[in-house]
Design a protein around this ligand. Sequence first.
Ligand SMILES: *Cc1c(COP(=O)(O)O)cnc(C)c1O
Length: 403
Amino acid sequence: MPLLDSLRDRLADLDARHLRRSLLPVEDIEGPRLELTGGTLLSFASNDYLGLARHPRLKAAAIEATQRFGAGSTASRLLCGSLAPHHHLESALAAFKQTESALSFSSGYTTALGVVPALVGPGDCVILDRLAHACLVDAARLSGARLRVFRHNDPGDLRRILQWVRSLPKAPGGRPPQALILTESVFSMDGDVAPLAELVEVKDAFDAWLLLDEAHATGTVGPGLQGWAAALGLAHRIDIPMGTLGKALGAAGGYVAGAALLCEYLVSRARSLLFSTAPPPAAAAAAAAGLDILASPEGARLAARLSDSITALHAGLSNDGWSLPPPRTPIVPLPIGDEADAVRLSQALRNEGCLVPAIRYPTVARGQARLRITTSALHGDEEIATLRASLRRALDRTGLRPR
Ligand SMILES: *Cc1c(COP(=O)(O)O)cnc(C)c1O
C-alpha cells in the first residue's frame, strides 16, 4: 500500500478511537494567557510552574549568550570544544542539587535515552514503575536489558522482581545481572509522589541502582526547591538523579546530577550527548539564570505563589465535588475514564476559554483518560475562579459530572 494511503487509514482509525492529536498554534503569550488567531485561552496546561519561561532575566541571559557564542552550538560537545555556558550551567546544577558534578543534555527525554543504555545492557534488568514517563520506557527498551514493570508506587512488588533478578543467569562477562530501577518522584500525569524512603531501602537491600526522574519536582518542592528526594532527606541515596530544565526552570534541556565519576563516565558513553549537537548556548544560559532565581528571595516568593495556587485550586475543585489526591504538587488530575468523554470535556472547556488537555492512551492506560490541570505562580485567585466557573459550565454542556 502506498505510504500516504496507509497513513490516511491509520489517522482515520485514531479518529475513530478519539486518539488523534493535533497542534494548537499560539501567536502570542501574556502570563498564563495564550493568544490564538481565534481568541484567547487561559492555560492550565504548561509546566512553567514558576512562570520563569518569560522572565526578563532568563530572556536577557539567553540573548547575551547568543550574542557571545552564537545561535547554535555547531557540533557535539565532544567534537569541537564544549562551550562555557554549558560548563557554567553544570556547575550551577551541581551546586543546586548539592552533588559533586552534573551533566546537561538537550532535553529530559534525551537525558534518559543517553543515560540508561550507557549504564545497563543485555543481561541486565531494568525495572520500571508502571506509570513511568515515556522517555524512561523508551530508554529501557533501547538499552537491550530485560524489562520488568512494578506496580505503581509499590515497593513490595519491586522487591519481588528484584528477588527474581537474583535467579537470573550471569550477564556477558560472567558478572551477576545488574538491576536498574527507573521511577519518578512526582509523576507527570497524576502529580502523585513515589514512596522514596521505601524504594531506597529495597534497592539498597538488593544492590540495585536507582534512577530518579525529578522532572516535575525540580524547582517546585524541597529545600532550595531541589526536588522531592531532598525534601525527604534522601537526595544522597539516589544513584542517578535526573531532571529537565524545560519545566519549572523555564528553559530547555535535561540533566543528571550526581557523582563526578558518573558524569565523567557518561561523557564517554551517553550516545545522545556524543552524537547530537550541543543545545544552543541560549538554552544553557537561560537555565542557569533560572537556577539563580530559584536561589534568590524572588524564587522563594514565586514558590510561595505556586503553593498558594495549588491550595486554592484543590480547595475550589474539592468544593465543586471532585475527589482529588492530596494537594502536594502543581499537577491535578480530574478522573474521567472514557477517552471520548475526556476529549469532549476538554473541548467544552476550550470553548469556555480554558486550555486543559485530555490525557489519553497511550500516555495513560486505556479507559483511564483524565483531564490534567497544571497550576503555576502565574495563576492567582481570579484565574482559578475562572477555571472553576468554566468547568462547571463545561460539565453542564457535556452532561458529565465531577467524580
Ligand atoms: C517532561 C518529562 C520529561 C522530558 O523532559 P523534556 O525536557 O521535556 O524532554 C522526562 N521525564 C518526565 C517525568 C517528564 O515529565
